[in-house]
Design a protein around this ligand. Sequence first.
Ligand code: ADP
Ligand code: 5GP
Length: 213
Amino acid sequence: MILGRMRGAGIARAVMQGPRPVVLSGPSGAGKSTLLKKLLKDYENIFGFSVSHTTRQPRPGEVNGKDYHFVTREEMQKEIDAGEFIEHAEFSGNMYGTSKGAVQAVQAQNQICVLDIDIQGVKNIKKTELNPIYISVQPPSIEILEKRLRDRKTETEESLQKRLTAARVDLELSKEPGLFDLVIINDDLEKAYSELKEVLLEEIKKTEESRKS
Ligand code: ADP
Ligand code: 5GP
């Protein structure tokens, strides 16, 4: 376990030499992927997505290796046991995790690494030396979250209920002072996106400058 953590810290140290990573967290359905896709499209060369592993089934349109590495529980456990993950967690009946390779792939491009992880992931990343900017994206209310999740049409009734339960826990735990550098309430998408860009402006500028030199 200690070895695992040291390995995690090793990669984190390596990442610190590049631009500061960004963690986007918050309840499922809050709008993380929507905001991230906009950011990655507008700043194609500046940000790079840390492609997580998951044991959940792909949704229509999701691409293996781009949205996630879709794997079996056995495959993922084997890689975790081999010390290949920085963090991993069980969420809504499936395993999710960030491999060292996922962060290294972004780092190799000298891009700002963006991680989309749940609150357990946030707590585990805090134990490493990754030193990212922590942002929580939250819905205006649980009712609106439920409507967005239903309208997204990606969940069964069972997984929707699990996600809503996890969302309530997430919103409670997110109140911990200092856990996040910024909480964005995603009511109006454009407003939420502006707030996200504003907090990242300094890192964006630094990365753009480093490209010029
Ligand atoms: P997450 O990645 O956090 O699970 P998504 O980005 O998939 O959430 O967003 C959940 C759903 O809500 C999607 O169908 C998305 O189009 C929609 N959505 C996101 N932001 C807003 C917003 N500000 N207003 C209305 N709908 C939104
Ligand atoms: P989804 O199934 O909707 O893509 O993701 C469900 C939840 O898993 C989201 O809260 C998302 O942030 C989280 N998640 C995705 N990848 C990872 C990961 O690598 N680690 C952790 N801890 N959570 C993740």
